[in-house]
Design a protein. Structure first.
Length: 476
């Protein structure tokens, strides 16, 4: 018997419970499969409860009473993670220093989630926990609790290459579930094909946009208005049903976040300048600031401070090209902080339409935190400097900066030798292993819904969960 628990309702509307049920129904009959959800109505996605059990987290008694201060301290001690740190992982909680009452409410609710998961994992003898990468407290706490309770974590997240998924652990390191022996000829052939795939994209400065991005461009697109209206309605309904989470995010924050993104889209264009083709440059792709890749994996890293520090380490005849995330069209950029940065002579924010393959191919080096661009730079065999904890943050794959005092020397070594720090064979093997442990999908993206899996996708993913349980190891 293998006991697996999916955490559902991470998207607030409960849609993710549909694909988690889809996976669960194809897991072996000897597995005990449960979905614990933040959204009670998501039960409608669980069609056969004999196969997949559904539970609503806020039905538990712990959420219906007030905790003592001793209970809150004990929860913190058990998790071995300060409650003050946990709030940094959430996109919904801004700096609450000075608001003692709100801080106390957040600490108590966080402690309730810790106590719930500690008890749940123990009572159900949980072997596997699986959730979705969402940067908020209710999704972060069970990941940390699973790690503390020695429960294996299998998180299904978007893949890096093509239409695919991968499995990761609680730190979002790739899990190697494919125990097929290493084949050097296959490795060489795969690397060559991926390199050829990028070849045609390298010399085009500006690329075409996807339909989704084009839709997002229009502020008054009927699809956008309908989508946001539905989201507002669902948000209000969720708040009304789940008063327990009132201190996580306010209605004011939800609305202001949307309208701030609209304003930023309009005014950020004044800061974006075209690339200068004959200029020597380094390339930095920005993360979406409330992305879990930043909040959960790098909670104390400030991208704007990092950019300023990088600029101080560059030679006098080079630029640092900073590219906003193309999906968010500049809405993730803090206008005032970006405006201060462009006063520095060698920092230039460029349009989000610039082709990243062109930038990687022509840059002295690409600098990343946890960006997918890092994987692409490895495939293109280009210099890569990283400040984060992505799977490629290893010697030979990238130049990992652990102390910014190392950066000036690294930069001049790359200028002198573009192959500095690159182990081609290690890069080929890494990409090959990553590809072998990627789950190809045949479903499709539906605007306003997200990814729609097919029954074959569910079967294949369930099969990979079984393999990952039997062959659990992390790609290094």
């Amino acid at each position: 018997m293998v006991n697996i628990v999916f955490f559902g309702g991470t998207g607030r509307f409960g849609e993710d419970c549909e694909f988690k049920y889809g996976i669960g129904k194809y897991l072996p009959d000897g597995w005990d499969v449960r979905i614990v959800s933040r959204v009670k109505e998501a039960k409608k996605y669980v069609e056969v409860e004999k196969k997949v059990k559904f539970e609503y987290i806020y039905d538990d008694e712990i959420f219906k009473r007030k905790l003592t201060f001793s209970e809150i301290k004990e929860a913190e001690r058990w998790l071995r993670h300060p409650l003050r740190v946990l709030k940094h992982y959430s996109r919904n909680i801004k700096d609450i220093q000075g608001n003692k009452r709100l801080e106390e409410r957040i600490f108590e609710l966080t402690a309730k989630h810790i106590i719930f998961w500690r008890k749940y994992f123990k009572e159900n003898k949980t072997d596997i926990f699986s959730t979705t990468l969402i940067s908020d407290l209710p999704s972060t706490v069970p990941l940390l609790s699973a790690k503390r309770a020695d429960v294996k974590v299998l998180n299904l997240v978007p893949g890096k290459f093509g239409i695919s998924n991968i499995l990761t652990n609680e730190n979002y390191d790739l899990i190697e579930w494919n125990n097929k022996s290493y084949n050097e000829e296959e490795c060489e052939e795969h690397y060559r094909k991926k390199n050829e795939e990028f070849e045609t994209k390298r010399d085009i400065p500006y690329k075409s946009w996807s339909n989704e991005v084009l839709q997002n461009l229009s502020l008054f697109n009927p699809s956008i208005i309908w989508k946001k209206t539905r989201q507002f309605k669902e948000f209000f309904n969720y708040r009304r049903r789940n008063k327990i989470e009132d201190c996580y995010e306010s209605t004011r924050f939800f609305i202001s976040q949307y309208f701030n993104s609209i304003i930023r889209k309009m005014i950020i264009s004044s800061l974006l300048k075209p690339i200068e083709k004959n200029k020597k440059f380094f390339f930095f792709p920005m993360h979406y600031l409330i992305d879990a890749q930043i909040l959960y994996r790098e909670p104390f890293l400030d991208q704007y401070n990092l950019l300023k520090q990088i600029s101080h380490c560059l030679p006098i005849d080079t630029n640092l090209y900073v590219k906003p995330h193309p999906h968010w069209l500049g809405s993730e950029i803090n206008y005032h902080r970006a405006k201060q940065l462009i006063k520095i002579e060698n920092i230039q924010f460029i349009p989000y339409t610039v082709n990243p393959y062109y930038l990687m191919n022509n840059a002295i080096a690409t600098l990343t935190i946890n960006s997918t661009v890092g994987y692409e730079a490895i495939i293109m065999n280009k210099p890569l400097i990283t400040f984060g904890h992505e799977s490629y943050a290893n010697k030979g794959l990238a130049l990992v900066v652990k102390d910014l005092k190392e950066l000036p020397e690294i930069i001049f070594n790359i200028i002198r030798n573009p192959s500095y720090g690159i182990d081609v064979n290690k890069r080929k093997k890494f990409i090959y292993k990553f590809y072998r442990n990627t789950i190809s999908l045949e479903g499709r993206y539906i605007y306003d819904y997200g990814w729609k899996y097919t029954e074959n996708d569910y079967k294949n993913i369930a099969d990979v969960y079984v393999k990952a349980w039997k062959n659990y190891r992390i790609l290094r």
